[in-house]
Design a protein around this ligand. Structure first.
Ligand SMILES: Nc1ncnc2c1ncn2[C@@H]1O[C@H](COP(=O)(O)OP(=O)(O)O)[C@@H](O)[C@H]1O
Ligand SMILES: [Mg+2]
Length: 652
């Protein structure tokens, strides 16, 4: 326990730490420079010393690691030291030495070696040898070192005069939550279990297991500063789709490596389970919290050059296509480069394997509806007009059912649509349908034969009118443009901002979404193109389309999306939902979502609706732009991230 002397003999005036960090900072030429709140913060001296104008918030060094070969304190058994199956009964605390107190934060990740001598004690650094406990700080407290009453006049006045306390009069104790035991795998298990497919552990690869040992009292505790240890501890995959950089309290976790940040990625292969994109993603956040910025950055990764998924019987790989429903007219900008993304930033993105830049194959599919014209100048994507043919209603009668038809009326609508198709063929237009409904002889006949009561007929007719501006407009029907609409490696954006009628918007969006979903789920698809292309279906303002509404229409929509979500893995269909009102998304759809990304949310109902662990939930109202928490239980432990400060494509 030779190291221990370094700590217990502390004179409260550590000459090591200050100089250490200054030296490190000086050596690094690309410290954070922009004034964003997500940078800087605790790195007091480095920010001010920076002159380099190359802003890069993710590959820069800010704080010198406090841990490394020093440690922040020692495990204390004074108030109990216990690891239990029941996490409520676990008691793990560390005494934090004076010099480290101001750097210690709730949420920080720490390591406690089990066999300090064997692993070289606190000098274990990047991790030779022994097992260690990976843990998180969950509470920090001062306790009195000596029995004394500090709520006294004399104490108070002395403290006021000194302008501070004497730290050594107090204990500073961190409560730790064990996350996992890290250990080196000797490779024997891996060899026998190997089937040549899964990432095969090499000799000595770092692994994690459930906490099953208690560390010794007085073991030196150090901050986790090794990428491998932290990623293993939190079960973060090495490869996959980049979401952001690991952070604690809005500050990126720094390591001694280059780059010093820890990339958080979502599993995107079949090594164990399915790519998480096909198990669906929700991005929730208040207005202006960075939803679209973050969504573009993630979606851009799905269009990386080398990203493909097996299709059909697995004999072929295809790049995914993205179909993005876009109520604010923002996503066609994914066609264009972000002019604010400079070369230096781009180089670092490449270093980290993050795809960036406009996606050439981006087309805006503009719904042609009466009384609305699409005019935009803020993107250079090709624009293609289309219309929804009335024939699509045949497969999805709920499109014109509105929200108030009851079951009986809905059945009548279906009967009428069938009858209409018998009379007019598959190509009957909406215009013809309204004429058809106008025929008094039809109404009488149906009433007399007892198939549709006259009142029901009238109710259906009332609901079904008023779609004149939507169906069969003067543009090519989407059903004739499926090959253009669904493109492997391409983005199709459907802007609806120019439509200023919410019923029209909902009808258009749901008609297209239903087409994609129906074809994906069909065993006998009409459009092989849809069936065979891996698809990401993005829905911004998703609460407007997927709300739980008590009506036949609501039921049909929710039913369809729930089914789509359930079959998604098999059919390579991923839902990517974005919303500021997660509480409005129908529960059955919500339950299918595997990855939840939450940005700042102020609304309490919204926060509790996203259903993330309490430790993450409490951070949500305080998060700054670009800060997020990610709950993706099949990917990693719950984490906090900072997203990229720049959008990877154009976004304004
Ligand atoms: N991580 C970030 N860092 C810096 N600026 C950001 C970040 N995320 C978003 N912004 C900026 O904040 C503004 C609002 O973000 P946006 O994504 O459009 O919000 P919304 O949540 O309403 O979709 C945009 O100008 C965007 O570029
Ligand atoms: Mg937005």
């Amino acid at each position: 326990m030779s190291d221990l002397g370094d700590f217990t003999d502390f004179d409260g005036d550590d000459d090591g730490s200050g100089e250490d960090s200054a030296a490190t900072d000086a050596a690094v030429d690309d410290a954070p420079t922009d004034d964003r709140p997500d940078d800087g913060g605790a790195d007091t001296d480095s920010t001010t010393e920076t002159s380099d104008a190359v802003a890069d918030e993710f590959a820069s060094v800010g704080v010198a690691p406090t841990g490394e070969d020093r440690g922040i304190g020692v495990v204390s058994a004074t108030e109990g030291l216990r690891i239990s199956e029941d996490s409520q009964e676990t008691e793990l605390r560390a005494y934090v030495t004076v010099a480290n107190r101001s750097d210690v934060r709730i949420g920080k990740y720490l390591l406690v070696p089990y066999d300090p001598e064997a692993s070289g004690g606190a000098t274990a650094g990047g991790g030779a040898g022994g097992e260690r406990l990976f843990c998180r700080i969950t509470a920090l407290e001062y306790a009195q070192e000596f029995r004394a009453d500090d709520a006294t006049e004399i104490h108070a006045r002395r403290a006021m005069r000194q302008g501070g306390i004497d730290e050594q009069d107090f204990k500073f104790v961190a409560t730790l939550e064990p996350v996992a035991v890290l250990y080196r795998d000797d490779g024997s298990e891996a060899r026998s279990a190997s089937n040549g497919r899964a990432a095969e552990p090499r000799d000595g690869e770092l692994k994690r297991r459930m906490t099953d040992r208690v560390p010794k009292p007085e073991t030196v505790v150090r901050e986790a500063t090794d990428t491998g240890e932290i990623k293993t501890g939190l079960k973060i995959p090495d490869d996959g789709v980049f979401l952001g950089h690991l952070a604690v309290g809005g500050e990126k976790v720094r390591t001694g490596a280059e780059p010093p940040t820890i990339d958080y990625r979502l599993k995107d292969d079949y090594a164990d389970g399915d790519p998480l994109v096909f198990r669906h993603t929700l991005v929730a956040g208040g207005t202006g919290s960075g939803k679209t910025h973050s969504a573009k950055n993630v979606l851009r990764q799905y269009l990386a050059d080398d990203r493909t998924y097996p299709v059909g019987d697995g004999g072929r790989d295809a790049a995914p296509g993205l179909v993005m429903f876009d109520p604010q007219d923002e996503y066609a900008q994914m066609h264009d480069d972000n002019p604010d993304l400079d070369d230096a930033f781009a180089r670092r993105l490449e270093q980290e394997g993050i795809a960036h830049g406009g996606v050439d194959d981006t087309i805006a599919f503009v719904p042609k509806v009466a009384g609305a014209s699409y005019a935009t100048s803020d993107h250079r994507a090709e624009q293609v007009e289309f219309t929804i043919p009335f024939s699509m209603v045949q497969d999805n009668p709920w499109l014109i059912a509105g929200s108030s038809l009851n079951g009986n009326q809905y059945n009548a609508l279906r009967l009428l649509l069938n009858r209409f198709t018998d009379d007019y063929g598959d190509g009957g237009t909406y215009q013809q349908f309204t004429t058809f409904l106008d025929d008094p002889a039809l109404r009488e006949e149906l009433d007399e034969t007892g198939r549709v009561h006259e009142a029901t007929f009238n109710a259906v007719k009332r609901r079904a009118l008023g779609f004149d501006g939507i169906f069969d407009q003067d543009a090519r029907p989407i059903t004739e443009r499926v090959h253009e609409f669904v493109r492997s490696g391409g983005i199709s954006v459907v802007p609806t901002y120019h439509i200023n009628n919410s019923r029209t918007t909902v009808t258009v969006v749901l008609a297209l979404a239903a087409l994609l979903v129906d074809q994906k789920l069909s065993n006998d698809p009409e459009y092989e193109r849809i069936k065979q292309t891996p698809l990401v279906l993005g829905l911004d303002e998703a609460h407007n389309f997927l709300a739980e509404v008590d009506s036949v229409q609501g039921e049909q929509i929710v039913g369809k999306f729930t089914e789509a979500a359930k079959q998604g893995r098999k059919e390579r269909l991923g839902l990517f939902l974005i919303t500021q009102d997660p509480q409005d998304i129908a529960e059955p759809v919500f339950k299918q979502i595997n990855t939840t990304v939450v940005l700042n949310l102020g609304d309490e109902d919204a926060i509790s609706a996203v259903n993330i662990p309490p430790s993450l939930e409490q951070k949500v109202p305080y998060m700054e732009k670009g800060q997020m928490v990610v709950y993706s239980p099949d990917n990693s432990d719950p984490v906090e991230l900072v997203g990229l400060s720049r959008c990877l494509t154009k976004h304004d």
